[in-house]
Design a protein around this ligand. Structure first.
Ligand code: VGL
Ligand code: ZN
Length: 202
């Protein structure tokens, strides 16, 4: 059994003071550092994901005249939350939290780079068909078991975990090493969706 730890979007913009701050987003960093070390001691692989949008990305409210941040819109691929500008390529907000031990990463995968499609999941863009390449990376290494941690529980962690489970990986989400946005009950809905997909919530 080969396993990987997937660390989702532990970036400045999702931490207190950031553009799309998740409450206590910074509180999980030391625990994630410890889990990355433990994973590598056990021979596992560490993958970091990085939300990495071009300026003017279509998921930004600022790209839709008159739209408020955190409102909903309809995209060709389905409903989409309109976010404040965040994780713009090369910006301070897009950088990993300063205390995250980024040097431990075997792979850093960037997502959300397509201006027309958002990408919550580490596996597919929000059209649910365009792959990021992560599945191929994991499969060619023979990895079957995934542990997921990071930000935000109800968006990028949730979508990544559900996609991974549907792809046939055995997935555990360490809830103590995640924090959520909780937009209109999205956290409870995410927990239900993950359990339904067969994700273990630890
Ligand atoms: C995320 C909203 C927009 C996340 C990324 O990492 O959960 N959420 N972009
Ligand atoms: Zn984003």
């Amino acid at each position: 059994m080969a396993s990987a730890l997937i660390v989702i979007d532990v970036q400045n913009d999702f931490c207190p003071g950031g553009a799309l701050a998740v409450e206590e987003g910074d509180r999980i960093v030391q625990g994630i550092n410890a889990l990355m070390a433990e994973t590598q001691n056990d021979g596992g692989t560490v993958v970091l994901t990085q939300d990495w949008h071009p300026a003017g990305h279509s998921s930004f409210a600022s790209s839709h005249p008159g739209a408020e941040p955190m409102s909903m819109t309809e995209m060709p691929y389905g409903p989409q939350v309109l976010w404040p500008d965040h994780c713009i390529q090369g910006s301070h907000g897009a950088k990993f939290h300063a205390d995250l031990e980024v040097d431990r990463a075997d792979l850093i995968i960037r997502k959300g780079t397509n201006p027309a499609i958002d990408s919550y999941s580490a596996f597919f863009e929000n059209d649910h068909t365009t792959p990021t390449g992560l599945e191929g990376y994991l499969r060619t290494l023979g990895i079957t078991d995934l542990v997921m941690v990071g930000l935000a529980t109800d968006f990028c962690v949730n979508f990544s975990a559900v996609d991974a489970a549907e792809l046939g990986f055995k997935v555990e989400v360490r809830q103590d090493l995640c924090r959520g946005i909780d937009l209109d009950g999205s956290l409870a809905a995410a927990r239900q969706g993950m359990e339904k997909a067969g994700v273990t919530l630890a």
